[in-house]
Design a protein around this ligand. Sequence first.
Ligand SMILES: [Zn+2]
Ligand SMILES: [Zn+2]
Length: 492
Amino acid sequence: MEFTEKYHDEFKEFLSKLIAIPSVVSEAEGNMPFGADVNRALELVLDVAKKDGFEVKNVDNYGGHIDFSGENQDEIVAVVGHLDVVPCGDLENWKTNPFEMVEKDGKFYGRGVLDDKGPLLAAYYAVKALKDSGFKPNKTIRIMLGCDEETEWNGMTYYMEKEKPNVVSGFSPDADFPAIHAEKGCAQFLIEKKLSAHSSGGICVKSMKGGTVANAVADKAIAEFKYLGLKDGSLNFDDVYKKILASANSFVPSKGSNIENFDGVEDLIQVEKGKEENSILLTAHGVSAHGSRPSLGLNAISLLMDFLGQIEGEHLLCSQSCDIVDFYNDRLGYHFDGSKMGVGFSDEPSGKLSLNIGLVDWNEEKVSYTIDIRYPVTIDFQDVCDGLLEAVVPDEYRVLNLNHMKPLYKPVTDPLIETLMAAYKEFTGDLVCKPIVIGGGTYARAVPNTVAFGPVMPGREDICHQPNEYIHAEDLYMSIKIFARALYELSK
Ligand SMILES: [Zn+2]
Ligand SMILES: [Zn+2]
């Protein structure tokens, strides 16, 4: 497979052009359901493939494909990738322009080099190398181009319904090497309780807000509370403020927080006086992580609740705030495996369930949490819903399912997994690695008989969706070879 090397320059040039298109999904414009930029990316790839002699199809700008036709056109071996990217976030965090591919120290930098433009083009050059070598596949090799993978997946749904491709095997190059044989079930829920007016004295939480999305660990949370005085009149506002300030300065998160893994994280809780009379603002700073791996982050909402729980020990919190804080710390908080929420499931192929608290919204009318659960592959979704309900109903909370994706599971002995593993081993020489399980969701769930495969090599840092997105050039070049071998074996 040395024959893939002659494509490196061409590959780089093509990838640079594609990275230069800021294909973040935006409002529909005319017949472009995901905005003009995503459409430009789709057209560029289809144009290049057409010039290279492939049959291409644009499916109403919802998606498209590139075909390398086989003798048996009824059976398709698919590569499923996407052309849209996540937004760049704060540009100040980028050392280079995210929409200009930069090659430095053996790495490519730019939004999409890893997720998913780089691996998608690696697969394209794998197919091109096979075609140019004179190989005649038996089954048709198809590269399917998704356009809104980072948002709603409406494009892939439209494509699958309209085209009804008979995919017999394939992969989505949008996760890690080696082959991914299981993706946990994924569901988001709202857990909510209506509140009534209260004024039992002490500290009353007026509001709390934290987090940005359900599937990330919240890295910031802010609470405002008001001191209503104690019945015995023993403490005035300044006494309380000083007490809180001292507690914040000596705050040590409770057991289970994993704080020991976060050396050098300081100022967990900041305290200041609020604008209103007798009010105090608390700000907690944590460390974000992907929602499928909550134990790798330090959740700011949990820190704040933990801190309030510790104040509660001094009988300063009002009774309603007390109940809410207790519920949170006992059930959610640092209990990443859902065991305190009635969903402590685990199984042999995929390990424990994970539970992330992504958002909190607490005001005078209600308190709500948006949580993200990744459940083991052999567990029934209904059991997850029932478990949650049983756990929260006695405390008068309600549960709402916001969305759900079923798990994907193939035994490690499945022929597709074995073929992909063999291709990976052949070029990496890595004989130790075993097929893996992830909590993330890829297009493999949307296209039958496919699994996720590549591009992140074992041991590489996970920088998906982050600023300064990069991928090692050698990993991408290696991916071209691995994909070519896998597609050859699957389609011959
Ligand atoms: Zn992504
Ligand atoms: Zn992706």
